[in-house]
Design a protein around this ligand. Structure first.
Ligand code: FEO
Length: 405
């Protein structure tokens, strides 16, 4: 896609990755974009680069606007590979450019490149850079979501270039929120934001709240947010800020997601009366078979719901491997403000449900126990127990949800 002017003399010069589905293990069914931005001011300034596979696309986009040799500043807001691996090619074409980066960004980038050949300037929160008619303000955002991360505010344009923050993995020809909404729905856009937050930013809710408060305290007027992935927030940048604050404060839907796997369909059979019990208690419910669903998609569903039940058969005295993988991924994301329980089936010794509860407790989630377990296959009485467990769990979910209303 050719360069797109997002503000007078400020251009998106990135690339659209329509084909990617596996983003370092995070499954993204809609692809993504690698956004970077170019300001044509007295000092031509580039913000971030793109994933190496797309370097020629961004270089062609830059060349369509200016000779890359005229680039004087390159702002490295984030060093993760999808934003920094074209840097050597760009620097080859822009040998007079200075790199602006955080201290931790410089240390990290030095593991990938020999920085001694480049003019690298370390910046911190509050530092500014005049590039002609415009002034840039740097704002460090450590652990949002890497230690090196920062955002850059373009004062005269009220533009926040926000690296991964406020992004979405969604490849589309739309570059702006209002364009996206002419083709897709608000709920699809919100779902993309929540998916990204759940899989990338879930552990960092406290830092998100602190950083948004800090930006608000600085009194920065923001009428556009330009992230490194997905659409640019032009029509309503406050929407995504409020979504982030809501999620950081524990917002979820009054719903239970049942995430299970099964060997000979006994655990699967248990999900039906459990689901019915939840529904009869007046709580929305969704059922997900893990072996048929990417872990990252299941995490998004968990994040959107107030309650989660994990179901697993016992295999070799422990939980099923797909469930173990899911819980390992989830634990790293440090979920909060959710209530959880477990159920499952076994043949002789058992172990899956006990293991799941141990994992849920390590995460510090509110727990409903004991879970329900059956030997071999649920009988009619055991199905009734499953139903009652579903009702009981849904009641606890409603009580937990009320704390956030
Ligand atoms: Fe889009 Fe943290 O990289």
């Amino acid at each position: 896609m050719k360069a797109v002017e997002i503000k007078p003399d400020i251009y998106w010069v990135g690339a659209i990755d329509w084909a990617i589905r596996d983003f370092h293990g995070y499954i993204i069914p809609n692809g993504t974009t690698y956004n970077n931005y170019l300001i044509l001011d007295e000092m031509v300034t580039l913000f971030d680069t793109v994933k190496h596979d797309f370097s020629q696309i961004t270089i062609e986009n830059i060349k369509s606007l200016v000779d890359p040799a005229k680039i004087r500043n390159i702002i490295i807001d984030h060093i993760e590979n999808d934003h920094s691996t074209s840097i050597a090619e760009i620097m080859h074409l822009a040998p007079n450019a200075s790199l602006y980066i955080t201290e931790r960004g410089k240390k990290g980038l030095a593991k990938f490149y020999d920085l001694s050949r480049w003019d690298v300037k370390v910046v911190k929160t509050g530092d500014t850079l005049n590039i002609g008619k415009r002034n840039l303000l740097f704002i460090e955002t450590p652990m949002l979501h890497w230690p090196d991360s920062m955002m850059t505010y373009v004062k005269e344009d009220k533009l926040l270039i926000s690296q991964d923050g406020f992004g979405q993995h969604y490849a589309s020809a739309a570059r702006f929120d209002d364009e996206f909404l002419t083709c897709f729905s608000v709920s699809e856009l919100e779902d993309a934001v929540e998916d990204y937050y759940a899989n990338i930013l879930m552990p960092f809710g406290t830092q998100i709240k602190t950083k948004i408060a800090e930006i608000q305290k600085l009194g920065l007027e923001i009428d556009m947010i330009a992230p490194d992935h997905g659409i640019i927030w032009r029509k309503d940048p406050s929407k995504v800020i409020n979504m982030y604050l809501d999620m950081a404060n524990g917002k979820a839907d009054l719903r239970v997601v049942i995430i299970y796997d099964t060997m000979w369909k006994s655990t699967e059979q248990m999900t039906v009366p459990i689901m019915q019990g939840i529904k009869d208690e007046g709580v929305d419910v969704k059922v997900i078979k893990l072996r048929a669903t990417p872990v990252s998609a299941a995490v998004k569903e968990l994040w959107q719901a107030r309650g989660c039940l994990i179901g697993s058969p016992t295999l070799n005295n422990s939980m099923f491997p797909t469930i173990a993988e899911f819980l390992s991924y989830l634990r790293g994301l440090r979920p909060k403000n959710r209530i959880a329980g477990a159920f499952g089936s076994y043949g002789w010794g058992g172990g899956a449900v006990k293991d799941i509860y141990e994992e849920l407790k390590k995460m510090g989630l509110e727990i409903v126990e004991p879970g329900v377990q059956v030997i071999y296959k649920p009988s009619a009485d055991e199905e009734q127990r499953c139903y009652e467990f579903g009702r009981e769990f849904a009641g606890k979910v409603k009580a937990h949800h009320a704390k956030f209303e």
